[in-house]
Structure formats: C-alpha cells, structure tokens
Ligand binder design. Structure first.
Ligand code: IVH
Length: 709
C-alpha cells in the first residue's frame, strides 16, 4: 500500500500514536546525530520518517504536537559541518624517535646542520607529549577570537564556540602581542573520561574507547552545549602567528604563555646534554601512570628560538624538535586468518585477522604482516627475524602498537602453535582479478600485473585520489568511493568520472539518493563539494595521481620546482629515463631520486595512464604553486647553486634558508641558473657559471642579499 493511501485510511487514534512514535524516533536520531557523533539512521531513512510525519500532520492538522513536532525542527539532520579555517602558519607534526640511538641522531643532526662541534652545548626543553588533539587559538589584541583544529595542517575546522567552553582556555590573554596564535593539546583526564563513559553507559549512550577519542568526539560537536558538558582540558606548548617574539627561548616562551593565563605542563624541563634528555625521559615515563592523563612520549625542542629559526622545517616536521615515544604496547591473541589486500600500485599485502584484543586502550582486530618475507620470518635482506619463526593461521601472536602506527604482529609463541598449522602459501595470482602476481628481483613486494583492469587497484587509486592530502572532497571518503565504484550504474572508474558525475548522468542524483547515508541534501552538498575542488593546488594534483614513490612531500617539491601544471606536464612528458636535459632537470630537484623520477616519467609515457591523467586535468583549474614564504624576497623564484666551502652556515642550512625564501636550489650549473654562491675552493661549477655569464657571488654577499628576510 502506498504511504499516502495508508495515511488516508488511518483513524485518528492510530495517527496520534504514530505521530508520538515518530516524534520519539526522530528526536533520538537527532540526538545521536548532533550530540553523540554517532548517527543511528541514514539521512535517507531520516528523510523518509520526517516526510511520513509531515504527511500525517497534514492529514490530521489537529494532532500536530505543539511542543515537540519534528516538522518544527530542521527538516533533515543538518549536514552542516564546521567552517574551514586556513592556518596562517602551518600546523606541523613531529618526527619520531623510538630509541636512545634515534635521540642521539636527532642531537647530532641538529649540531651538524648548525655546524656546531660536539663541545658546543645545545639546550633542549623536554616536555611530555600529551595524547590528545592539537588546537590553534587565535588572540587579537589579547581577545580570544578563533579556535581551529589541525585538519590537514593547512586548513582546519573552526571550533571557536566549542573551545570557548573549555575552562583552561582564557578569553583574554593578558599582555599578549597584537596577534598571538597559541597552539596546544586538548585532552581529557582519566577520571573525567571514566565518569563520562559511566554516565553514557547508564543512559544507554555511546561510550568512547579511550580519553583521546572522547576528547576528539567532544570537541567536534556541532552543539557547543554538548562540548560544554564534556570536561575538556588544554595544555599550551607552541605558537603559530605572532606579531612580536614571545621570548628568546622555548622555556621562557612557555613561561610567558603561562603568565598570560594558559595552562602549561609543569613537567617541562631544560636539558643540557643527551644524558639529561634521556634522564628526563625516564623521569617522565616513571610518572606516566600517576599523571591522571595520557601521554605517549616526550618532545625535545631546541631551547634557543634563534637556533629554532635557523633550523627551520622539513616538509611536514620541524628540524628543531623530535618526539621520543614510549615503548609500544603489547598484547597476545590468536591469528584467525591471513587475508591478502591489493593496494593502489598492485602490491599484495598480507593482513592478519585477529581475535579482538585490547592493546593500549584500543581494540585491535587487524594487523599488518607487511609482505611475503615477513610472514616467512625474513627481513628485506633475507636475514631471519623473530629467530626465523614464520607466521601461521592459528598461531598465538604478539601484537605491537605504537601510537597511531598500524598494529603489527611482532612475535609468535611456538609452544602454542596448533599441531595442524600449515605454512602460509603466498598467492601468485591476484585474489581480486586473477592476473599473475609477480615479484621482481630486489622487490620485497609481489604485485598484481592487472593494472587498471584490476578492480582493487582501481578502487584504491580512487580512494587515494579523494584522500586528505589529495582532493579531500567533503562527503566523499574511502567508504563512499568503495560504494560508488561497486555500483556499476554510476560508472565511476577513474578520477575524471567524479567530475562528470552530475552532468554525465541526469539520474545520478536520484541514484545516489537511494544509497545508504545519502539524502537529497547530502547529494546536493556532495555535488557542490566536488565542484569546489575543481580549483586545486598543483601539489595536490601531482600527489593525487597516485604514482608509485611520488608521495606528499615529493609532490610539493615537484610543484615548487615546476610551478605550473603546464610546465610540469610538458617537462615530464618530454623527459626520457636516464638522459637528456629534462631528465637532468628532474633529478636535480633535491629529494627526487632516480627511482622516483623513473616512476614518474614511466607513468607519463604509459598511454592508458596518461590518457586518464589528461581526462582528469581537463576538468580542473590547477592553481600554480604560490610561494607561500618569501614570495617578495630578492631570491624568490631564482635558481641558486651553492659551491665551495661555506663558512657561516652549513650547506644544508644554506639550502633550506634559500628555499624558505622561495629560491630553487640546484646541484648543477646550467643556462637556467640565476645565481651561484661560491665559497673558497669552488671549482668547476664557478668556472662554468662564468662561461655561461651567470652571476657569481661570495657567501658574505649572499648573507647581505638575504639579510632582512
Ligand atoms: S610541538 C611544530 N609539543 O604531538 C611542532 N606537540 O606528533 C608543534 N603534541 O601535532 C608540536 N604534546 O598534537 C608539541 N609538548 C608538545 C606536544 C605536542 C603533544 C602533539 C601535537 C602534534 C603531535 C605530533
């Protein structure tokens, strides 16, 4: 019976009961959606219930509930999300150290970079690494004006209203510079977390796996009233944009933030040697269980802010800091199965399916087994690992989890091995498309040779394409891509198809609306989100292509080097592996090695792949790489070569500084070189520059040139 007919045939008592039921169901769905970050029903189901309620009210106007009629609430769950905030200074993450050796390397790298000998003391702060989520707070003339989550580091979410409910965040920062961005960690204490979960369990609500998830779920609430009811806390440990230096050292800057009213961590210490650093680490680790909040390591930061500035940043981490992680959490469980997953580049990866086990507060049921050799008990060089023990289905295995790292199977207990357990036979055909899976000489990985005919590769490429560092299309994540790809009627086979979806198929909207989680409004939002990404920065486009070895940082380097899509495409297409000017130019990009360059050039010469790239780009407006820093410096856009001995800074520092000012640093002199900086002992490069009429200056002239930048 059609709904309309069913409603027409209803008597008043049935209609009244049904309106009551719908009001309760919709209210609960609304609560789950808005307050608990855990939708119970899909947008489409919500829409259908809402329309049913409205139709009954229209048929029986007298029965419309005066106080809690769902039709007086917003029509569908608002798929409004947080507004985006572009960070004026990127929010970076930290490189990790897992051992004393790694910390020593960090200290040595700092010294080497700065050209300091072993004897020159370098001081570091040692701070607990809070296990929460980072937040940037902006103050203008001392007034709190905005809070933003880290997001992808460039753009976060505006959570100002929510941050205002956190007691540790002051509305007024006393004595702050005109503009001050305070950065730190939002977290939840153990006792607050336990109380929150106990209350939720009592009310039959959703509980959180650990304090970090609880903090994240609570901060990212659309209703600030909910955030307010959740006991969040904040520690300040860094800053972004500031119109005036806070201090000359990290330690004093933290002190200054504390004076302005921010909570800073009391365990922060100054260390003057490697021994001090390790002792500080051990001291903080010893207190870990009694702190009352989660920490997952310590962070060492060069204390002198002048040295921090000289050290600068790599693509996504500062050179002046490192996080020294506490040892990974371990647990034992049963290995129930080994599945093979096929990745974007055809790699066959074995995945352990485990009897669920809690490792460091998180339930783990999958772990990586890396590759064929790892399962058989061998490392990349063919040497035994785990004393040569292989891993078999049915084994009692030790799971290892370090922070956000994907859990691994670390060990096997042979005394618990079932008698009938058999060696795992790694497949030689792709389980997804049946193509041969081959392992090339020197490669640890076996790969499916199916290329784009392999559905797993195609879908993984699409997932990569929409991932956060690539196109990052709101409402189109891995789950939705998987669903769209499997539905042949939508014909989403390659990235370009995403951009033609709305126009290519007049039925697309209605086909999507039938899908789990999609209502009329969310489809409209999706099409809009896709349209918004037609204009996209060059580095994201390069990364999105999913070419083997071309990761996020390499894509930035390539984008900076080539500047525009047209130039990048022209040069890479014209390059031949191993020879010619275009090849030399490509491998002269610092950070681009032979392997990556070969992979890139090969992809551009591969007909089908190339055609797919061209189809994609025809729908885009690729933004040229804008020099974010130093765009107005005298060396911006110039190609510079350093040669000979530099006396006032190391080669690494000179290069990083030049790049930070927007210059391109090359290892060889050509007609395209703008400037050669030659120190004592400069030889053939300086001579070649003279022959070519390229300007050659000495180190002090270089220092003068960049002095005020
Ligand atoms: S400094 C430019 N200090 O760890 C580097 N980060 O793994 C700014 N974190 O994204 C970060 N405690 O969310 C810094 N004392 C601390 C920290 C800390 C926790 C977090 C932060 C960062 C992540 C990197």
């Amino acid at each position: 019976m059609a709904v309309e007919e069913e409603i027409r045939n209803m008597d008043e008592a049935t209609a009244s009961a049904e309106l009551k039921r719908l009001a309760a169901v919709l209210a609960s769905a609304n609560r789950a959606y808005h307050s608990d970050d855990a939708p119970e029903i899909t947008d489409a189901e919500y829409d259908a219930l809402w329309r049913r309620n409205k139709a009954i009210e229209d048929a029986f106007p007298r029965l419309k509930r005066p106080d809690d009629s769902p039709s007086d609430l917003v029509g569908a769950p608002v798929s409004e999300t947080f507004a985006k905030v572009r960070h004026s200074v990127r929010m970076l993450s930290l490189a990790n150290a897992f051992s004393e050796e790694d910390v020593r390397d960090f200290d040595e790298t700092v010294r080497r970079y700065l050209g300091l000998g072993d004897e020159t003391p370098v001081s570091y702060t040692c701070e607990p690494k809070i296990d929460g989520l980072s937040l940037s707070l902006r103050y203008e003339k001392g007034q709190f004006v905005q809070a933003a989550t880290r997001g992808d580091g460039d753009t976060g979410e505006n959570v100002t209203a929510n941050a205002m409910t956190i007691g540790d965040i002051p509305y007024v920062a006393e004595g702050a510079p005109d503009v001050l961005e305070v950065r730190g960690e939002v977290y939840m204490s153990h006792s607050d977390f336990e109380q929150l979960n106990a209350r939720a369990a009592e009310e039959g609500g959703r509980t959180f796996a650990n304090p970090r998830n609880a903090a994240a779920g609570s901060l990212r609430q659309l209703d600030p009233e909910v955030t307010k009811s959740r006991p969040l806390r904040f520690f300040a440990y860094a800053w972004g944009e500031v119109t005036e230096a806070l201090a000359t050292t990290q330690f004093e800057a933290l002190q200054r933030l504390s004076d302005m009213g921010f909570a800073t961590n009391p365990l922060t210490a100054i260390c003057n040697s490697l021994e001090d650093m390790l002792a500080s680490y051990a001291g903080i680790e010893a207190q870990r269980s009694t702190l009352g909040y989660d920490i997952d390591g310590v962070v060492y930061k060069v204390d002198d802010l002048g040295l921090q500035r000289r050290l600068g940043f790599r693509t996504s981490t500062p050179r002046w800091a490192v996080s020294h992680k506490f040892p990974a959490e371990l647990a034992w469980t049963r290995l129930q199965a080994i599945d093979i997953q096929v990745g974007r580049t055809g790699a066959l990866s074995p995945v352990a399916r485990l009897a669920p086990v809690t490792v460091g507060g998180v339930v783990v049921s999958n772990a990586t087994l890396h590759n064929e050799d790892y399962v058989s008990g061998l490392d990349a060089n063919g040497n035994p690992i785990r004393d040569g023990k292989d891993i078999r289905v049915g084994d009692w295995v030790q799971i290892y989890r370090a922070g956000d790292v994907i859990p691994k199977v670390a060990d096997v207990d042979l005394s618990q091995r079932p008698e009938d357990a058999k060696r795992f036979e790694f497949p030689c055909v792709c389980p997804e498309c049946g193509s041969e899976a081959v392992r090339e000489e020197g490669d640890a990985v076996r790969r499916c040779t199916g290329g784009i005919i392999c559905p797993a590769q195609a879908v993984e490429r699409l997932k990569h394409f929409v991932s956060r560092a690539a196109f990052d299309i709101e409402g189109l994540g891995a789950k939705q891509i998987e669903m769209f790809y499997r539905d042949e009627s939508l014909e989403i086979r390659e990235p370009a198809d995403i951009f033609t979806l709305a126009t290519r198929d007049a039925e697309a909207a209605s086909k999507l609306q039938d899908r789990d989680g999609f209502g009329e409004k969310s489809v409209k939002n999706l099409f809009q989100a896709i349209d918004e990404k037609r204009r996209i920065p060059l580095n994201r486009v390069i990364f999105s292509l999913g070419i083997r070895h071309v990761g996020e940082s390499a894509s930035r380097l390539l984008a900076t080097h080539y500047g525009t899509w047209e130039n990048f495409e022209k040069q890479v297409s014209a390059a031949t592996v191993g020879e010619g000017q275009e090849w030399e130019d490509l491998v002269s990009v610092d950070g681009v090695g032979q392997v990556m360059a070969t992979s890139l050039v090969t992809a551009f010469h591969q007909e089908a792949e190339r055609a797919s790239i061209d189809r994609l780009v025809s729908h885009l407006d690729v933004q040229d790489m804008v020099l974010e820093v130093g765009a107005d410096s005298p060396v911006a856009g110039k190609t510079v070569v350093f040669t000979g001995t530099l006396e006032r800074m190391t080669r690494a520092e000179a290069k990083a500084r030049a790049e930070a000012l927007g210059a391109k640093v090359s290892g060889s002199v050509s007609a395209r070189t703008d400037l050669v900086v030659a120190g004592p002992g400069a030889g053939s490069k300086a001579r070649k520059a003279q022959e070519l009429g390229v300007e050659v200056i000495d180190e002090s002239a270089w220092m003068d040139l960049i002095a005020d930048e």
